[in-house]
Design a protein around this ligand. Structure first.
Ligand SMILES: NC(=O)c1ccc[n+]([C@@H]2O[C@H](COP(=O)([O-])OP(=O)(O)OC[C@H]3O[C@@H](n4cnc5c(N)ncnc54)[C@H](O)[C@@H]3O)[C@@H](O)[C@H]2O)c1
Length: 335
């Protein structure tokens, strides 16, 4: 099998390495608008660097879209017209109209799309979902989520990112739906710029807190941000009528207790997303190889992308208008 990777930045480089080492992948073909990046990685991996998106699409069996978010819609559309299975990084697009258009297009053309919600492949989150599904948690009362980056991205990333909810917390919205099996119905978010004034320049925030109300009554609470001096902190704690469990709480969690006789802050705390989710990123691409081979269905579809985007857009509105926003408000919006 021959697979293409579009966009050879932070995550595209990682995905290209994973695919290049995969036993079922014979060749990979790379393309980036910055041709030096694709050429350099192609040399390192013994891969092919394509001259254009069209030439890449013409020579592969499936494609991974890992370019900047603002480029996803056009690339996904081209791949769909080529009839290729697509792995697309999150968020698929930043607005409802284009996400809905693409969802319809891929449905009409019967094109399989797997969205890059890698937490669904993380061992801890999978165990949490199984715990809920097997009834071991009982009725879900509350879900506490933390999503804290160690350091802000470079400023050039911000204008194309969609802001903190669509860029970073879209993972929390997807995984809350997936673990609890409940839809998010209403959100109330607050944001602040406490880390770096560059976020103000891009009408974004770097620190957030908020609440989420789910369809079967569970209440979620989220804290997040772009700076954590101890490392990359991604956690979910579920409290139900029968149990209380945590995901992302281990010897490397960037957090320490001030109670006596407890361990000090970890010296090997998670440094970033590639460190924390390395096995999950690999597992999601192994799954995509199975999708391309026709042996598996997509576990994260365009419907999931649209649901998570709706929540992120509601969070943006809630933050700006400083009020609770029902997801239905956005669902009713014409696209
Ligand atoms: N799943 C995750 O946890 C995760 C983590 C990081 C990034 N991402 C997502 O992956 C995407 C890329 O993020 P990144 O951090 O690697 O960004 P990046 O800025 O490091 O890299 C983006 C690359 O895309 C290239 N590019 C832009 N437009 C292109 C086009 N039309 N065709 C080909 N290449 C193009 C740029 O030249 C750059 O090399 C974003 O959508 C981001 O949200 C997901």
């Amino acid at each position: 099998m021959r697979l293409g990777v579009l966009g050879i930045g932070r995550i595209g480089t990682f995905h290209a390495r994973t695919l290049s080492a995969h036993p079922d992948v014979d060749d990979i073909v790379l393309f980036d608008l910055e041709t030096d990046r694709a050429n350099a990685l192609a040399d390192t991996l013994g891969a092919v660097a394509a001259e254009s998106v069209a030439s890449l699409l013409a020579q592969v069996d499936g494609v991974v879209i890992a370019a900047s978010t603002s480029a996803h819609a056009a690339l996904l559309e081209q791949a769909a017209h080529a009839g290729l299975p697509v792995f697309c990084e999150k968020p698929v697009t930043l607005d409802l109209a284009s996400t809905r258009h693409l969802r319809q297009l891929v449905a009409e053309r019967d094109v399989l799309v797997q969205v890059g919600f890698q937490r669904r492949f993380d061992v801890g989150y999978r165990a949490a979902r199984a715990h809920v599904q097997r009834g071991l948690l009982g009725r879900v009362y509350t879900v506490r989520m933390a999503g804290h980056d160690p350091a802000p991205p470079h400023e050039a990333y911000l204008p194309t990112s969609g802001g903190i909810f669509r860029d970073l917390h879209i993972h929390d919205f997807d995984i809350l739906r997936w673990v609890t099996g409940q839809e998010i119905e209403e959100v109330y978010m607050q944001g602040a710029v406490l880390v770096d004034d560059m976020f103000t320049r891009h009408d974004d925030v770097d620190t957030v807190v908020g609440t989420l109300r789910c369809s079967e009554g569970a209440l979620g609470v989220l804290t997040g941000g772009r700076h954590n001096p101890l490392g990359y902190d991604i956690r979910m704690e579920l409290l139900g009528s029968l149990d209380s469990v945590a995901v992302g709480w281990d010897a490397r969690t960037p957090l320490h207790s001030l109670e006596p006789h407890m361990p000090p802050a970890p010296t090997e705390a998670y440094r970033g997303f590639l460190d924390r989710f390395d096995p999950a990123y690999q597992a999601e691409l192994h799954h995509f190889v199975q999708v391309v081979a026709g042996h598996a269905a997509s576990p994260c579809t365009m419907d999931d992308a649209e649901q998570a985007l709706l929540v992120a857009l509601a969070c943006d509105r809630s933050r700006v208008e400083r009020r609770a926003v029902a997801i239905a408000e956005l669902q009713l919006q014409p696209s």
